[in-house]
Design a protein around this ligand. Structure first.
Ligand code: SIN
Length: 481
């Protein structure tokens, strides 16, 4: 792999300030063409235990540092990431598949969490509480929860790590991270830069490993762990929550979604189409907040479909490192086959493929950006998280009815509303049972605002002041006379 800074290519686990080999290695391959990129140490459950022990030993000293001292180290980390953004983006595209411009965007987005939380940790204010008894003085202080363990996903190999680790470290917690086996190189490069920035040994630890159940058990059940944070599917999240329950761990869970995208007849259709393409085709549809169900008012349905077809048809498909590519491969063949299954199921139930609808010859993990009409809420495509470049359109006629349909899902992560009518937009945004609602835009994620869902889409928030609060314990202090 050609990099300006070859130090970024780390192939070992990072535990207690040391780079450690595993008993064997894991192959990391380019999803665009299957090329072998690297072999990375395969960490074990015992490595996870060593990492938790290191984080636990490092916690008292890191916690005692002032917020300003922690912020200074985190700001150095942020700067190093920005200085190496081109190399980090290249690593990310090669192991994950997303286009280089998107990968660079993710690196900058990921770094922004570090900068923002480095600034925010200086404001960990407590309260002085007006007392109930003149002989007593009451206050609260905020203290770091302790050792935080994280399991992060392959769809955002950089930003989902910084979104968890930055607030934890800023608050004074120490962390153990298990990145996915598909994209460990981006994760280990981040660790290398954290070490260079001066994060003390044991404050950040990383274990890549194919024994997901064994490592996951340590990260959720070890008595030294105070909090567990996870981004991934609802099914796996439920298992991990059950494991956390045995030790009553604090948890943040960012799980699956089934995002509705509602286009009213008063929408600006060009805005709606570009928002739809942004939310649907970003990362080839592999984001938790990707649009999953597109509801279009019958009066503008045909016009919207025509404009969407034209916009999707223009997207250049190919290797993420190639100039102008907008849609890369899916992460693996299994993912492409799942998208194909959903398309076939929809066709069998009466839906019509307007564009795409098949695998592509670019490589075995490619699936064509696809537009389908005539979809109904009963089809699998409308009930399951698609996680692919597949836009399924349905018609609606009535505002109350579309709100009811949009809310009729166990998920509650993100929703989108397209309308130029301010009263309607407010009404619908408030009526949708989702943790995040975007109006007249398809891109809303930022370090400064709370990201997260309700219902089976998760617990807790990442980003913003809410994301910081997740890593503090509020202690009530009562001083008698
Ligand atoms: C995700 O898919 O989990 C993250 C998406 C984002 O941060 O926008």
């Amino acid at each position: 792999m050609q990099l300006a800074n070859s130090d970024l290519l780390k192939l070992q686990n990072y535990i207690d300030g040391e780079w450690r080999d595993g008993a064997s290695t894991i192959e990391v391959r380019d999803p665009a063409n299957g090329e072998l990129l690297a072999r990375v140490a395969d960490g074990s459950a015992a490595d996870a235990e060593a990492a938790v022990a290191a984080a636990s030993a490092a916690f008292p000293a890191w916690k005692r540092k002032t917020a300003g001292e922690r912020a200074a180290v985190l700001k150095r980390w942020h700067q190093l990431i920005m200085d190496n953004a081109d190399d980090l983006a290249r690593i990310l595209t090669l192991e994950q598949g997303k286009p280089l411009a998107e990968a660079k965007g993710e690196i900058i987005y990921g770094a922004s969490f570090i900068e923002w939380f480095a600034e925010e940790c200086r404001r960990a204010y407590g309260q002085t509480i007006p007392t109930h008894n003149p002989a007593m003085r009451l206050n609260t202080i905020r203290q770091p929860v302790g050792v935080v363990t994280c399991i992060t996903p392959w769809n955002f190999p950089n930003a989902m790590i910084t979104r968890k680790a930055a607030p934890a470290l800023a608050a004074g917690c120490t962390v153990v991270i298990k990145p996915p086996v598909e994209t460990p190189l981006s994760a280990l490069a981040l660790c290398q830069l954290a070490e260079q920035a001066g994060l003390p040994k044991g404050t950040i630890n990383m274990v890549v490993g194919s024994d997901a159940p064994g490592i996951g058990r340590v990260l959720t059940e070890d008595a030294r762990v105070a909090k567990f944070t996870f981004t991934g599917s609802t099914a796996v999240g439920k298992l991990l929550m059950a494991q956390c329950a045995s030790g009553v761990k604090k948890m943040s869970m960012e799980l699956g979604g089934n995002a509705p995208f509602i286009v009213f007849d008063d929408a600006d259709l060009d805005t709606a189409v570009s928002a739809c393409v942004a939310t649907k085709m970003r990362n080839a549809g592999q984001t938790c907040v990707s649009t999953n169900r597109i509801y279009v008012h019958e009066a503008v349905h045909d016009q919207f479909v025509e404009k969407l077809r034209a916009a999707v048809a223009e997207l250049k498909i190919g290797h993420g490192c190639d100039e102008g590519v907008a849609v890369g491969p899916l992460i693996h063949r299994r993912a492409a086959e799942r998208v194909n299954d959903l398309v076939q199921d929809a066709i069998a139930s009466g839906a019509k493929v307007e564009l795409g609808g098949d695998f592509l010859s670019h490589g075995e993990n490619y699936f064509a950006p696809t537009l389908i009409t005539g979809v109904t809420d009963e089809m699998r495509i409308a009930r399951e998280e698609i996680f692919g470049p597949l836009a399924p359109v349905q018609k609606f006629t009535d505002e109350d009815d579309v709100i009811r349909r949009a809310n009729a899902t166990p998920y509650g992560l993100a929703a989108y509303v397209m309308s130029e009518n301010i009263r309607r937009a407010n009404r619908v945004v408030e009526a949708l049972d989702y943790g995040m609602v975007a109006c007249n835009t398809g891109v809303f994620s930022t370090a400064v605002a709370p990201f997260g869902g309700c219902k089976e889409s998760g617990i807790g928030r990442e980003g913003g002041v809410e994301g910081m609060a997740e890593f503090y314990e509020t202690k009530y202090c009562c001083f008698g006379a």
